[in-house]
Design a protein around this ligand. Structure first.
Ligand SMILES: [Zn+2]
Length: 329
């Protein structure tokens, strides 16, 4: 696996991502992933050595962010607003619509019977790739971390890649199909620099599980095709991540049928909500455990805080003895 032990960091000039704001929308943000994240962390924690501390991820203090800036989807909204609702979130408790304690828990109520002829229609569960549950661990385990960046590519992707390169870090980019289509050069750079791609749907529908079976098949399958087309070299895309972490038995199976595993996370600093650079840094520092998967964002609005936080986190990770890995697959 790619485990790069990092050379001496160099300083760099970073430009914050251009600001593209939208209205806040709990439902549209990856930040809505907070809830499943917390649950996921809880689920993950027992498997992880150490730490008695509290909550990993969003469950932490930042969950009380009141003013909710634009979640992830500011940019791609221009690219494909079609199925992406942008409800204005109010003062909003982070306890999100995804209150299900287990993100991977089947929401069987949402499973419609697919029409005859649908290729992905699970007539017999056994006839399909098994939904193996949501992955929340690095491939290699040990003192490794998997950094993941969602909702891009966007203006911040370049600065994120610059920083990763400085520290020899590898990461996984969960891309929105529309954004990949709009920025193929960024997709190609990600691959050229040794990172990997993950399918994050065509246009980030939320909540994912309320979409029809056919819509979910299209969201996941079309995004995979769009990212592959943008990359241009038939890259292996072996994970997908539901917007908001809204995994269900149904959409996990859709992903599995397309050859992708469901990728969760263990640490969610809610960078999309722009809680402040130090809040992002502290959240990761307090909640990361060896083998963990960190969720951040390179798309969906002004990601300057994310970039600034990453600039602190990368040397910290190195100093802590972490090496960089991809998620389990
Ligand atoms: Zn997202």
């Amino acid at each position: 696996m790619v485990k790069s032990r990092i050379p001496a960091p160099r300083r760099s000039l970073l430009l914050g991502a251009s600001a593209l704001l939208g209205t806040s929308a709990l439902l549209v943000a990856c930040g809505a992933q907070s809830s499943p994240s917390a649950a996921g962390d809880a689920a993950h924690r027992p498997a992880v050595p150490s730490a008695s501390t509290g909550t990993t991820g969003a469950a932490g203090g930042t969950s009380s962010v009141a003013a909710r800036p634009t979640p992830g989807e500011g940019e791609e909204a221009t690219a494909a607003p079609v199925r992406t609702p942008e409800p204005s979130a109010s003062s909003t408790a982070p306890a999100s619509p995804y209150a299900s304690p287990t993100p991977s828990a089947p929401r069987t109520t949402a499973v419609p019977s697919p029409p005859a002829g649908s290729t992905a229609a699970p007539a017999q569960p056994s006839a399909h790739a098994p939904a193996t549950g949501v992955l929340r661990h690095t491939a290699s385990g040990g003192r490794t971390v998997a950094l993941t960046f969602d909702d891009g590519p966007g203006p911040a992707t370049g600065p994120v890649l610059d920083l990763l390169a400085q520290y020899g870090a590898k990461a996984t980019f969960c891309e929105i199909g529309d954004n990949a289509k709009a920025r193929p050069a960024a997709v190609q750079r990600i691959l050229a620099e040794g990172h990997r791609l993950c399918d994050h749907t065509v246009d980030h529908p939320q909540p994912m599980h309320t979409r029809s079976h056919e819509q979910q098949v299209a969201e996941i399958g079309d995004a995979k095709s769009m990212i592959e087309a943008a990359a241009g070299n038939n890259p292996a895309i072996t994970w997908w991540r539901a917007p908001g972490g809204d995994f269900t038995a149904e959409n996990e199976r859709i992903g599995a049928d397309l050859g992708m595993k469901s990728l969760g996370w263990t640490v969610d600093p809610r960078d999309w909500s722009r809680p402040g650079v130090q809040a992002i840094v502290s959240n990761v520092q307090q909640n990361l455990r060896p083998g963990g998967v960190v969720l951040m964002h390179d798309g969906g609005g002004d990601r300057s805080q994310t970039v600034a936080a990453l600039k602190q986190l990368l040397p910290w990770l190195v100093a802590q003895g972490y090496s960089f890995d991809f998620p389990q697959s």
